[in-house]
Design a protein around this ligand. Sequence first.
Ligand code: ATP
Length: 279
Amino acid sequence: MIKVKGLKKSYGGVEALKGISFEVHAGELFAYLGPNGAGKTTTIRILTGLTKPSAGDAWLDGFHIEKEGLKAKRRFGLVMQSINLDQELSVWENLDLHGRLFGMGRSERKDRINELLAYVDLIGRKGSLVKELSGGMKRRLTIARALVHAPAILFLDEPTVGLDAAIRRRIWALIKKIQGQGTTIFLTTHYIEEAEFLADRVAFLDEGRLVTIDKPQNLMAQIGAWAIDQMDDGNIKTVYFKSRQEADAFVMMQKGSFTVRRVNLEDSFLSLTGKKVQC
Ligand code: ATP
């Protein structure tokens, strides 16, 4: 559904993307995980036609993003990191405007907007001005807006950034629901748990390069199943184990403070890149 080949992007002297290639299958939830500045937003901006690549090609549902830009544009919905709703318009008006921009007729828009408002649990707020909504509601509205024209692909750039844990989980449930309806989802995040919980496959991005792509459980299994963090000369040292029994046996021989926990994607990212996703 998404195909990317040799994508590069330079901003002046900064090489934001250094030759990226990957494919996302239809119906898949693909997470693009990397620290700040890795090139996540740049990739989304190129795929959605907001900026041109310096080199390389990409296709959305078979349409080349530059040579068949208009057709490619109809295939996706986009939720950017910043809330770019019209604050002075109502919830309904924001969605209706989007439908008009995509050339949808009046009754088609009405049906689709009612359906989406029920879907994102905002039906009771359809007449409210956007500026009156909470942060979590605004985020759900931006997701609904991206879905008005029933796109095959949904791009979500850091969809839960700045939201508290409970609202983040609500957004996760919504994202899963959207995938359940057959939409292919490309999600960027620097939240480890988000990628672990949501993704069918995860791509690790670091300094404009793809480090690896695999299922979260495979990436974690390469490290082990359990981890012990302990203080060592003022630094945290982590040791990995295949089983809880091995970790327990190690603990019996230790002095000082330590924590036993499950291995997570941060461990995997750290072992492959030498750095953490979340600083
Ligand atoms: P974040 O999680 O902080 O949004 P990111 O992984 O999305 O980070 P990008 O925003 O794609 O990273 O940025 C990649 C690199 O390109 C960074 O070094 C950034 O400073 C640089 N960059 C991005 N946009 C521009 C621009 N318009 N002009 C100059 N440099 C840019």
